[in-house]
Structures are given as C-alpha cells and as structure tokens.
Design a protein around this ligand. Structure first.
Ligand SMILES: NC(=O)c1ccc[n+]([C@@H]2O[C@H](COP(=O)([O-])OP(=O)(O)OC[C@H]3O[C@@H](n4cnc5c(N)ncnc54)[C@H](O)[C@@H]3O)[C@@H](O)[C@H]2O)c1
Length: 326
C-alpha cells in the first residue's frame, strides 16, 4: 500500500450488517468502498448505490481486483471461515463479523493464514470501539475505580420470532458481544455458569434469554444478561447497559445516552451502535492496516469469547459450573 493512497475495501455479503459497515466506512478517512458481492445481486446493488463502488458478480473477480486491499466479511456465520481463508490467500486484509467462527480450531486456522500471508485478520468486535468503553478501559487499567468487584452487561430487546429466526439463539448470536466486552474490560474468567430459557418462542427451538455468571481470578463477578423476550420500558426500550463497580468508584454506559430518529433498522437511531462500527473500521484501516497495530480485540479474544460461550452452553446443559479451558 502506498502511503496516502486510499485503502480500497470490498464487502462480501450485503445484508443488514453491510448497511452499518457502509456507514462506518463512509466516515473513515483514507478508505473507500470499491464494491460489494452478494449472491442476491440486488443487495450488492443497493449497497453500491448507497455507498459507492461496483457490483461484483462473484467472489473470484472481487478477490482478483487489485483495487481491493481489504474485505469485510458480512456473510452468515457458515461462510465466514472459507471466505476469510480465500481472501487472505488472495492477499486481502480481513475484517470478519462476529461471531467469527463455530469452533476455536477454525479461529486457529485464521491465525495461521494471517501469519502465513502477512495479512491483518481482525474480528468485528464493534461494541468495544465506542469512546465511552475506551474510557472505561482506561479507568479500569489506571485503577481509578479501585479493585473491580462487580460487572454487568444488560441487553434487552423483544424480538418477534420472525426477526429472531434470522439470528439464532441469543447465547451465540448476542452474548458473543458480552464475552469479548468482558475480555476487553476485565480479562478472562476462571469459572462460568449459566442458565438459558425460552419465554416466548412458539416454533423456534432455541433460547430467547441467557444469563451467564463469570468468576474472575481476583474475585470479581461479571453478570452477562441477554433477552430477546422483553423490552425494558424503563430504558426506552432497547437496553444495552454496562456497569462496573469497584472499591473506589464505578462507571456506567448506556446505548440510550443519545438517540435520534432513524427507523432504517434495529438500533440505527442509537449512535453508540453506529459509533462502534465507525471506531472498529477506523481502527482496522488506519491503525491495523496502515500502522501495523494490533486490533483492540484480537482473534485470541474471539477464541476466548467462544470458550466463554461454550462453557456457558455446557453449564446450562449440565447445571454445573464450568472451568474455563485454554
Ligand atoms: N456486529 C454486529 O452488531 C452485527 C449486527 C448484525 C449482524 N452481524 C453479523 O454479520 C453477519 C451477517 O449478518 P446479517 O444480519 O447482515 O445477515 P443477512 O442475512 O442480512 O446478510 C448476509 C448476506 O450475506 C449473503 N451471503 C450469503 N452467502 C454469501 C457468500 N458466500 N458470499 C457473499 N455473500 C453471501 C446473503 O445473501 C445476505 O445478503 C453475521 O455474522 C452476523 O452475526 C453483526
């Protein structure tokens, strides 16, 4: 890459997440959308009409395009790994949506490929890239809160079965955000226990609620909560709240701290959500690719987030507390 030249980016997958990535990329200095590919061509066309670039008819011409230096993998989970491996082999840097993979082994394959081809492979852990959480991390690191004792992430949004069917169970689809956030802010737990329930689905066979308790090595306890069953009318109604309490202080952060009218899609009127994508994409382009800096949340974190989710799954199934595996 020549210094000063814009980084050409292509989107692989042009569904719901592509809109947020398009907005984030448009706000990122030094990058431009070269184009998008989606087997449903109308979706790629829509994204190109909104954010620029061309429509690729297939993955191979996209990967052969020398204007494309980096790709965002925005496909359903089942396609993440084969597409990411192919993209790195073709010399592209990769930003890959969460959850990155279905197994730790798959994440290790990405790590090997990134090393082999000298490419950046960064997980799309967007929630941590908002200014309030970057400040939270600094305050925790500087011990401004004293010794952290308690940590909460509350996430509540009622989804119909039709919408929920798009995502799958909340444990993997949503609590991955909780898990990488915990890793970013406090580190890795030693023990995990969890309960899952289905409050309102009639036909879907997976959980609409998850409660995970993580015990940290220093005695702190983290509570990770997600519900697709209920709104929180006290919080208007989409709730994403982080709270950290320590022996000398505490902090709280809410997605509802700013809102504006934007009915284009879920949470699009909550700039904290949009800021996460902006921060993530700016970091990917201007720090990880241009300066060789590591992501704030790495593939190791993606592997540990998956280990937390898998431990929670085992705990919910067996009723027993799980020790985190390495
Ligand atoms: N970080 C977040 O906050 C966030 C939010 C929503 C979705 N996501 C993640 O983004 C990814 C996509 O989710 P979505 O909600 O946009 O799904 P979606 O179904 O709306 O869009 C996925 C698109 O990928 C296309 N596609 C399927 N196979 C493909 C392939 N091999 N190559 C190219 N395109 C392909 C589909 O046609 C579809 O248009 C998932 O991993 C999801 O977990 C993350």
């Amino acid at each position: 890459m020549t210094a000063g030249k814009e980084v050409g980016v292509a989107f692989i997958g042009a569904g719901v997440a592509a809109e947020m990535h398009g907005r984030g990329l448009a706000a990122t200095p030094g990058a431009r959308l070269a184009g998008a590919f989606d087997p449903v061509a109308a979706r790629a066309k829509h994204i190109a009409s909104r954010f620029g670039g061309r429509v690729y008819q297939a993955l191979d011409p996209l990967l052969a395009d020398q204007e494309v230096e980096a790709v965002h993998i925005l496909t359903p989970l089942a396609h993440h790994i084969p597409v990411a491996l192919k993209a790195m082999q073709a010399g592209k840097h990769v930003l890959i949506e969460k959850p990155v993979a279905t197994s730790v082994r798959e994440i290790e394959k990405l790590q090997s490929a990134a090393k082999k081809y000298g490419r950046v492979c960064m997980p799309g852990h967007n929630y941590i890239y908002v200014p309030s959480l970057l400040r939270a991390k600094r305050l925790i690191q500087e011990k401004k809160l004293g010794q952290v004792a308690a940590f909460w992430i509350l996430y509540n949004i009622a989804h119909t079965e039709k919408i929920a069917a798009h995502y799958g169970g909340v444990l993997h689809a949503v609590c991955t955000h909780h898990a990488y956030s915990l890793l970013f802010l406090l580190g890795r737990p030693v023990k995990v226990s969890a309960a899952l329930s289905n409050v309102h689905y009639k036909t879907l066979k997976f959980e609409d609620q998850a409660a995970i308790t993580c015990e940290m090595p220093d005695g702190a306890i983290a509570h990770l909560w997600c519900s697709f069953a209920v709104n929180d009318p006290t919080n208007d109604p989409w709730t994403v709240i982080y709270k950290v309490l320590g022996t000398r202080g505490g902090l709280t952060y809410s997605w509802n701290e700013v809102q504006f009218e934007d009915h284009g899609g879920p949470a699009w009127g909550l700039p904290c959500y949009e800021d996460g994508f902006r921060g993530e994409i700016d970091h990917f382009i201007n720090r990880a690719i241009r300066r060789g800096e590591p992501p704030l949340s790495t593939l190791d974190d993606a592997a540990n987030a998956l280990r937390i989710i898998e431990a929670a799954e085992r705990s919910a199934k067996t009723g027993k507390k799980q020790t985190m595996t390495s």
